[in-house]
Design a protein. Structure first.
Ligand SMILES: NC(=O)C1=CN([C@@H]2O[C@H](COP(=O)(O)OP(=O)(O)OC[C@H]3O[C@@H](n4cnc5c(N)ncnc54)[C@H](O)[C@@H]3O)[C@@H](O)[C@H]2O)C=CC1
Ligand SMILES: NCC(=O)COP(=O)(O)O
Length: 355
């Protein structure tokens, strides 16, 4: 799977078939020579149909996981086939294909775990249609991959391209940002109850360990947001900072983690406060991700920390409104592929997962 001359084999799941995932994978393969060997996981007929729809001339050789994957060439996209459950039209969701989407993830995870791929990249899926199909409790790739790997905790982190590379110091300005989340896909009314010290501590240990492991940040400095406005205003605007977050951070500082916070989120996300910080931990999805997307939408990637192999993804969703049009920007997928390739080269840092 690892081949110094041709780069690592990476499973690239093509996501919701009615969304932009299939066409972004095709457009990337049509134009960009890759440092890795991405293999699309999806329906070959669907990919051929979308390629024709977009006027792309591509060869889509079908392989089985474990078969040799040739060096990447512009215009060639090898495919590990998974069959659609019913034909798919751009922009039109079908619950029948929810199992297809999940099967692509299972194939990619199986390939990573068997050593046929060094990591995986995921094009966007549609959480709503998977739930509508009856997969109760499905909240996204992040938790699905956690469960598929039989581990207790993972962490979602998004990073702009300027903050991806360890060799390049972080926070040089110009939109370099890494934002991890203490909670992911929860209704806002449930967020405060989910901020509990044991889970927060596990999240911060994973973030600290994986910044070292995958990003070669030797001594990560992490800024932690408060939950409430003004980080609770001394308890007058909420007590989570005083009762949960601050004591948890104190305990982790005793373990050697370099943590700043809890800080008011509005001023934390300013250049002066971000100087010297390697990652921000936001308490919830829409506290951290709008800032990240403002800084770098289209050139950022989503990374699942805590998995036994690299998994990266795009910074956007299925964009059903653009599917089939050829107008969706493949920039984030390109960043996700490049990052996954780079992460696989950091295997020697795997031991550095605990503080
Ligand atoms: N990694 C993943 O699997 C992700 C999946 N989603 C899922 O996607 C579905 C749709 O979510 P939305 O909130 O509507 O977000 P979305 O990202 O699909 O769309 C929001 C807006 O951004 C635009 N946009 C998205 N990707 C673009 C691209 N590559 N180039 C240009 N414009 C682009 C869309 O046209 C739309 O106007 C939901 O089911 C959500 O859960 C959302 C984020 C990540
Ligand atoms: N907003 C980020 C997002 O929805 C990504 O979720 P996941 O499918 O990567 O877990």
């Amino acid at each position: 799977m690892a081949d110094a001359a041709h780069g690592p084999v990476l499973a690239l799941t093509t996501g919701e078939p009615a969304g932009v995932g299939p066409e972004l994978a095709l457009r990337l393969a049509a134009t960009a020579p890759s440092a890795a060997r991405p293999v699309a996981v999806g329906d070959p007929a669907l990919l051929a149909e979308r390629a024709a729809m977009l006027g792309l001339s591509l060869s889509l050789p079908e392989l089985a996981p474990g078969e040799p994957v040739p060096a990447a060439r512009a215009g060639v996209l090898p495919v590990w086939p998974v069959a659609l459950r019913e034909p798919s039209r751009p922009g039109v969701l079908a619950t029948a294909n929810a199992d297809y989407v999940l099967e692509t993830l299972d194939v990619a995870v199986g390939a990573c775990r068997a050593g046929h791929a060094a990591g995986m990249i995921t094009a966007p899926l549609h959480k709503g249609v998977i739930l509508d199909a009856g997969h109760v409790g499905f909240t996204g790739h992040t938790e699905y991959l956690r469960d598929a790997c039989g581990i207790d905790e993972v962490v979602m982190m998004l990073a702009t391209d300027r903050a991806l590379h360890a060799a390049e110091p972080t926070w040089r300005g110009g939109g370099a940002l890494r934002v991890a989340l203490a909670t992911t896909h929860l209704p806002l009314r449930d967020v405060a109850d989910a901020i509990r010290a044991p889970r927060l501590a596990r999240t911060l240990r994973i973030l600290h360990g994986d910044l070292r492991r995958w990003f070669a940040v030797e001594r990560p400095r992490i800024a932690v947001c408060g939950l409430n406005p003004h980080a609770g205003e001394g308890g007058h605007l909420g007590r989570e900072e005083l009762e949960v977050i601050a004591p948890c951070l104190d305990a982790l500082r005793g373990e050697g983690l370099d943590l700043d916070g809890p800080l008011p989120a509005d001023t934390l996300f300013t250049p002066r406060h971000l100087a010297g910080v390697d990652a921000v931990l936001a308490m919830y999805h829409d506290q951290g991700l709008p800032v990240l997307k403002y800084a770098g939408f289209g050139r950022a990637a989503n990374i699942t920390l805590g998995l036994p192999f690299p998994r990266t993804s795009v910074d956007h969703g299925t964009a059903l409104d653009l599917a089939g049009s050829g107008r969706a920007d493949p920039g984030s997928l390109a960043v996700a592929v490049a990052l996954a390739a780079e992460m696989t080269s950091r295997g020697d840092l795997k031991a550095m997962t605990t503080p």
